[in-house]
Design a protein around this ligand. Structure first.
Ligand SMILES: Cc1cc2nc3c(=O)[nH]c(=O)nc-3n(C[C@H](O)[C@H](O)[C@H](O)COP(=O)(O)O)c2cc1C
Length: 366
């Protein structure tokens, strides 16, 4: 596995913090800004890349189902690089014993947190009684969490919706939080919209049910002792800062973090954590990936498995389109590796120079 030296200071111990209301949660501090669990997106390569840009924020895995780990013994799904800390494993499941066993496997693999998915609406997940459908069974969720908490020493957290289908979020969500926190969970990420389990695709379920941030703020006021992160539709760090200013303990960002990683992660340490940004420029992030890519390709991996997560690195900047094009057209060709990334970087540098020359020209004509 690629083993690039850990960024200085990237230790889970630096991220400690008392949970709102007490109790030790060594990753609560990092949860001030987290990158959401996203299937096919936040795999280990993506997380390694994200971590180069932010040492402080909390990263989540894709969902891994408890049956895959416990019954399928698919332990390769737990592999990650030590540089990724602090990193949380998200589990899917609804059987307390199986989830406890899966949580134990996750903690033994070195994850800093185990998170239970109570938000994912996909059919496959519904049929296994995981994900958002569990909003209907808060006592079962509490039982699952109690079993996981008993099995591991790392924090057990929950990512949930505000309700599903015809549930009334103002009734359901406080009841859910009360019951699940009663089992010992002190940290939640709340996707501030319902999931409609019938008739909407998972993708539509991330956009169509309306966001209700006020409800999430109200939950923070009502459950002051819990650490609550708001998730859903947060597109910029300015918006994240506004939610924190409204009293939220954390903000979890999904799609914007993936599509504009530099804008979100590259600025997060300075703006959200008051720490020094590890890198000054997205070019440095690409350069810092080269050794990791070389090792992956040398071990028989494909460039595209890593470079697909890097396509948005220059989003909104000169050269963004060229960067995307060179990588997406070339990454799947046989032999593609570091040289292609360097070629794409040269294209970005060229576009930057042209943009700078045009800017100067503009100034001299002004
Ligand atoms: C491609 C993709 C895959 C996702 N997979 C998961 C998942 O495995 N577990 C989960 O809890 N949520 C998953 N989500 C939902 C996100 O974690 C997040 O709640 C959602 O995208 C809303 O946040 P955003 O508006 O900041 O993207 C996924 C979202 C996307 C876009």
């Amino acid at each position: 596995m690629p083993q690039t030296p850990a960024p200085k200071g990237a230790s889970p111990l630096r991220h400690g913090g008392a949970v709102a209301g007490g109790g030790a949660d060594p990753v609560a501090g990092a949860a001030r800004l987290s990158i959401a669990p996203m299937m096919d997106w936040t795999d280990r390569h993506c997380r390694f890349f994200h971590r180069l840009m932010s040492r402080e924020s909390l990263l989540y895995t894709e969902m891994v189902t408890a049956p895959a780990l416990v019954r399928g013994r698919a332990l390769h799904l737990l592999a990650f690089s030590p540089q990724e800390h602090p990193v949380a494993l998200q589990l899917g499941g609804s059987d307390p014993k199986e989830l406890a066993e899966a949580a134990k496997l996750g903690a033994e693999a070195g994850y800093d947190e185990i998170n239970l998915n109570v938000g994912c609406p996909s059919d496959r997940v519904q049929s296994g009684t995981f994900g958002a459908v569990l909003m209907r069974s808060p006592d079962l969720v509490a039982e699952c969490c109690a079993a996981m908490i008993a099995a591991v020493d790392v924090p057990v957290t929950v990512k949930c919706r505000i309700g599903v289908d015809d549930q009334e979020p103002r009734e359901v969500l406080p009841d859910f939080l009360a019951r699940v926190s009663g089992a010992g969970v002190t940290r939640f990420a709340i996707h501030a919209r319902k999931a409609w389990l019938q008739g909407l695709s998972p993708k539509e379920n991330r956009d169509i049910p309306p966001l209700d941030y006020e409800l999430v703020y109200d939950m923070k006021a009502q459950f002051e002792h819990l650490h609550l992160s708001l998730n859903g539709g947060v597109a910029t760090l300015e918006e994240a800062e506004a939610h924190l200013a409204r009293g939220m303990d954390g903000v979890m960002i999904g799609r914007a973090g993936y599509h504009q990683p530099w804008d979100i992660l590259g600025a997060a340490d300075a703006r959200i954590f008051g720490a020094q940004a590890p890198l000054a420029d997205p070019v440095e992030a690409a350069e810092a990936m080269l050794a990791y890519i070389a090792e992956h390709v040398a071990a028989g991996g494909r460039l595209g498995q890593i470079s697909k997560h890097m396509l948005g690195l220059f989003a909104g900047q000169p050269g963004a389109r060229l960067w995307r094009r060179v990588l997406s057209e070339g990454a799947h060709k046989p032999g593609a590796g570091v040289a292609l990334v360097q070629e794409a970087l040269d294209a970005v540098r060229g576009a930057r120079e042209s943009a700078e020359a045009a800017r100067r020209e503009g100034i001299s004509h002004a």
